[in-house]
Design a protein around this ligand. Structure first.
Ligand code: EPZ
Length: 439
């Protein structure tokens, strides 16, 4: 397992190219199961989660080819490299436990498989470091379209005869809308008979991106990005080309990194509209952001104000930036309060940030952060994707050296993060855990 050795005291300055969205790429790749023709996705990032989805789609009968990367426009590492996906056989309809346990987002093959093959067998995804990850809303929505489910040895088996039938349904849950649940039901409805209306649908940009891909393929979807999505079922979907939207969470992470280090970053391939709540909050804490088309200029040269934030479904402040924001406000001038409404247990980063000298107290799904003058380097452990990003940001500003163990977590969702950060002034070394000497 690799670790990062980070020499703190960096002011980030320079240009970073944002990669394509991980959380959009995964459902887009799954949607390619719904056509017999070749689909080309551009801007799919090189991440371990994407590799996992490539393995899964290969098991499900797809041939997948990744073309070479093009040089980055910022002098950073080469990114992109189009991905060609084509179904060549439809004999295996099972997403096996060995893959699903590695990446619970494998669940996003459920809707496409049912739509195209009338059968899907997916291992129950189980929980993860950020909490229980139920799929009851996925099942409820697909059942309303006519899918019959049964459970066997930890697997969900969904199947039906004939054709799914569209209907009007409410898809929200106690914790609000479901992103992948909305996408799963939207995919299934795209090839169903008649009209489906999803009320209480998720509004995230990743839902919009998937609906836009399906429409390019021949689907008839409207209302994506609003809580009510209409889908007029069609008989056939074609293979097309599509560019993935920029990764708003990677972009938000680097915005916070610039703020934390009192740096100046020029971020390319961004869509600030996808970060409206973050943009609004950043101005309150004293971070300047300017925008020129798909480029963002972010800088800060002062101690930041404390903030009160609650994570919410889109367009609210995203839960996937909660840990990184907590890292930032560890150094704010006063007391901040962060409440987690989507995954109430998503606080494994608190203990690790406190090891770096932060003063954070957690009480149920709320954390109170008393700003300190500085953090100091220590050995810490990554626990999940976004918590590990928060630890990298903290390591950049902590005095002395910080070691972060188990950085495989960060490789799931941040393409070449140490190359991108080192190109703008960071000093991060990736070492095998056995080569790391204790601090
Ligand atoms: C997506 O997960 C993202 N993952 C998550 O990003 C993100 O945190 C989450 O949306 C919320 O924005 C991908 O897109 C691959 P949900 P998803 O269904 O769709 C509850 C990251 O770090 N719920 O929108 O699985 C659930 O427990 C990852 O990149 C049910 O109760 O999340 C949660 O409280 C982490 N029943 C809330 O809804 C269900 O059937 C939102 O979950 C489904 C969800």
């Amino acid at each position: 397992m690799d670790s990062f050795l980070i020499h703190g005291g960096t002011r980030l300055k320079g240009k970073i190219e944002i990669s394509g969205s991980k959380n959009s790429s995964l459902p887009l790749m799954a949607a390619c199961l719904m056509t017999d023709e070749k689909t080309t996705l551009r801007g799919v990032p090189r991440l371990s989660d994407i590799d996992c989805m490539i393995r899964l789609l290969t098991e499900l009968g797809c041939q997948i080819q990744r073309h070479d990367s093009s040089n980055s426009s910022t002098g950073g590492p080469p990114l992109d490299g189009p991905l060609d996906i084509q179904v060549t056989k439809e004999v295996n309809n099972e997403a096996p436990y060995k893959i699903v346990k590695e990446m619970r987002a494998s669940i996003c093959v459920l809707g496409p498989l049912l739509a195209k093959r009338r059968q899907a067998i997916v291992s129950m995804p189980g929980g993860c470091a950020i909490g229980d990850r139920p799929i009851d809303l996925h099942i409820r929505g697909l059942r309303k379209l006519g899918v019959e489910f049964r459970w066997e040895k930890g697997k969900i088996i969904g199947e039906y005869a004939g054709r799914l039938k569209g209907c009007r349904m409410y898809l929200g849950g106690a914790m609000g809308p479901t992103v992948l649940g909305t996408i799963n039901v939207m995919c299934a409805a795209a090839l169903a008979e008649g009209e489906t209306v999803l009320v209480g649908a998720a509004c995230e940009p990743e839902v919009i991106d998937c609906a836009n891909l399906l429409n390019k393929m021949g689907a008839r979807i409207s209302g994506q990005g609003t809580p009510e999505i209409r889908i007029e079922g069609v008989d056939h979907l074609a293979g097309v080309e599509h560019r993935v939207i920029p990764d708003r969470i990677e972009c938000g992470t680097f915005i916070l990194a610039a703020a934390m280090t009192n740096g100046e970053l020029e971020l390319r391939n961004c869509n600030l509209d996808h970060l409206i709540a973050v943009h609004d909050m950043l101005e309150d804490i004293g971070i300047r952001i300017e925008r020129e088309n798909d480029t963002i200029f972010v800088s800060s040269n002062r101690r930041l104000n404390p903030i009160e934030v609650t994570t919410q479904p889109y367009p609210g402040f995203p839960t996937d930036l909660q840990a990184q924001l907590m890292g930032l406000v560890c150094l704010a001038d006063g007391m901040s309060v962060i409440t987690e409404r989507i995954f109430p247990d998503r606080f494994l980063h608190v203990g690790e940030l406190n090891r770096l000298g932060a003063r954070i107290r957690k009480d149920s799904s709320t954390a109170v952060i008393q700003g300190v003058k500085e953090l100091s380097g220590a050995r810490v452990m990554a626990s999940d994707l976004r918590a590990s990003a928060a630890l990298v940001l903290a390591g950049l500003v902590a005095k002395g050296k910080t070691i972060i163990d188990r950085v495989y977590h960060i490789d799931r969702g941040y393409e070449k993060i140490e190359q991108k950060l080192n190109a703008v002034g960071a000093h991060i070394e990736r070492l095998e855990e056995k080569d790391i000497k204790d601090l």
